[in-house]
Design a protein around this ligand. Structure first.
Ligand SMILES: Cc1cc2nc3c(=O)[nH]c(=O)nc-3n(C[C@H](O)[C@H](O)[C@H](O)COP(=O)(O)O)c2cc1C
Length: 176
């Protein structure tokens, strides 16, 4: 099978990670893949924030758990050592959600191609954009006037034997 297609088919949303950190070179490739995605009107206005600081990751994880009233053993960041937050201007940023979503999808495919585990998640944005998350938003350096839109967690898959979830293929119609 073509390698790109194989990577797309092999990707899965990983829910458990080892403690091993992703190296800088792989992070740079992943970010470059995110930046390479299509963007409406070629407005290069989305921003990427890479969070590897353990304390800040813990703050986001725990803050989100409390905010969503989730059980105490639930970790919304799944123990991933890296969180990449995409953000876009709050004002005058048409198609910001799509632009960020595409960037995250490109990054998850790049991570898969590099042998890493990853997952597309939006839940951290609920905490980051909340009133109690505003200090954290500043601490991680999301640009002023931007809102977080979509995120990627990335690391080494702690359960690599897990296969991708099955898909309902009965979702297409053809007109010839
Ligand atoms: C827009 C979007 C938002 C998502 N948000 C979350 C999230 O907040 N937390 C989470 O655990 N997974 C999240 N996911 C991952 C999906 O739950 C996951 O992709 C889906 O269950 C299919 O599994 P797969 O990625 O392994 O194919 C999100 C996915 C998308 C596309």
């Amino acid at each position: 099978m073509n390698q790109t297609i194989e990577t797309i088919m092999r990707r899965k949303g990983v829910k458990s990670y080892t403690s091993q950190q992703v190296n800088e070179s792989d992070i740079n490739i992943i970010i470059s893949a995110g930046i390479a995605g299509p963007i409406a009107r070629n407005i290069q206005n989305r921003h990427f924030t890479v969070v590897q600081n353990k304390e800040l990751l813990q703050q986001i994880n725990d803050g989100l758990r409390v905010l969503t009233d989730a059980p105490s053993d639930y970790n919304p960041l799944y123990g991933a050592p890296t969180l990449i937050i995409t953000s876009a201007p709050i004002e005058n940023a048409p198609f910001a959600d799509q632009n960020c979503a595409i960037a995250v999808e490109n990054m998850t495919l790049a991570a898969t191609a590099l042998g890493l585990g990853s997952r597309y998640i939006v839940s951290p944005t609920r905490f980051i954009e909340s009133e109690i998350g505003s200090t954290l938003k500043q601490a991680v350096g999301i640009p002023k006037g931007y809102r977080s839109v979509a995120c990627l967690i990335v690391g080494y898959d702690a359960d690599p034997s897990q296969t991708p979830v099955s898909r309902n293929m009965d979702v297409v119609n053809y007109v010839k």
